[in-house]
Design a protein around this ligand. Structure first.
Ligand SMILES: [Zn+2]
Length: 335
């Protein structure tokens, strides 16, 4: 499988000002206890990535217990909230509204726009490289309308559609696009290419989700994902202090080993698995500045405080080459 080292990253929390982020945490802390009762919902008996029943509790965050799989290192929450609680939270909570208004809507500006265009090229180039069909494209829970529009405007795919878009008016996108409300209603083997950006860590039933994706993809169809990865440098160093682990958005954070097992057991061939993240070291440096009480390994503290830009660049390259950044992108093909 391919490992691409490149500059392409859209990371929500790192692009927003710390004041906005502090406000978001405040709202989350006030919202979560009223929407989710501790240990309510279905208990997760095994790892969502590799199905191992062996896990060890790690830490609690905003009322959610996080545990780690002893087999593949994937991090997951102990209980899945009920659908009703989640629906209520997503429809009515202040923190959820703030999240979309303050963070997601800002992605259309400046730096993010360039990153979206690179992401568009990634999809189109990979389809050609893997010799996949260009008949139809489906984006899951579209939250970046500009990316969806960029893909539609290329006329690369005969038909583009979005499953339950989260944000923006997709009707502005040219071409024969449509909005789909239920994956179950999509005909089997009818979609050539599917994407899900920053989505895998949000879902409570990844197994059901990936089985549906496999069902609706056509023969040799491609599935593109971007997600956080718990094997990544900043997440391993910061662990429970990481701003990238926040319930109820981030509840299954797969490791690289977990991702490989997850896709292989669900009959996908991994065509690309890369961690092209650029921000891991900056995220740790930022966390150290904002929270001096956080303990990081001596070596990391020395590197950040005493070395220069050239050392940072070499270190980032090392993380990318060895799939050790936490920003992950994946292309898998149905087999
Ligand atoms: Zn596992």
């Amino acid at each position: 499988m391919k490992n691409v080292v490149t500059i392409d990253e859209i990371r929500e929390m790192e692009l927003v000002s710390s004041d906005s982020f502090k406000e978001y945490i405040k709202l989350l802390a006030s919202d979560l206890p009223s929407y989710f009762k501790e240990n309510e919902g279905k208990k997760q008996e095994c790892c969502p990535a590799c199905d191992s029943p062996n896990y060890v509790d790690q830490f609690k965050k905003l009322g959610f217990q996080y545990r780690i799989c002893e087999n593949c290192g994937t991090l997951f929450v102990s209980h899945k909230p009920t659908d009703e609680a989640l629906q209520d939270y997503y429809s009515n909570s202040q923190s959820c509204r703030f999240y979309y208004e303050s963070f997601i809507s800002k992605f259309e500006e400046g730096r993010s726009k360039k990153l979206f265009l690179k992401r568009c090229d990634w999809i189109l180039d990979s389809v050609i490289e893997c010799d996949a069909s260009k008949n139809s494209y489906l984006d899951i829970r579209t939250k970046y309308p500009i990316l969806f529009q960029s893909i539609a405007e290329t006329n690369f795919f005969k038909k583009v559609s979005s499953y339950r878009p989260i944000f923006g008016d997709l009707k502005k996108a040219p071409g024969s696009n449509e909005v789909v409300e239920s994956l179950k209603d999509i005909e089997s083997s009818s979609i050539s290419v599917i994407s899900a950006f920053e989505f895998l860590d949000n879902i409570f039933t990844p197994d059901l989700f990936i089985k549906n994706i496999h069902r609706i993809l056509s023969d040799k169809g491609l599935f593109f994902l971007t997600t956080r990865c718990i094997s990544g440098f900043d997440m391993q160093v910061l662990w429970e202090n990481s701003n990238s682990i926040l319930p109820p958005e981030h509840i299954n954070i797969f490791s690289i080993e977990g991702l490989i097992q997850f896709f292989e057991k669900n009959s996908f061939e991994i065509k690309e698995l890369s961690t092209p993240g650029q921000l891991d070291l900056d995220i740790v440096a930022n966390a150290m500045k904002q929270h001096p009480e956080i303990q990081v390994p001596k070596f990391i503290e020395y590197l950040i405080k005493n070395r220069e830009e050239s050392a940072y660049l070499s270190f980032k390259e090392f993380l990318q080459k060895n799939r050790l950044s936490s920003h992950t992108r994946i292309v898998v093909q149905k087999i």
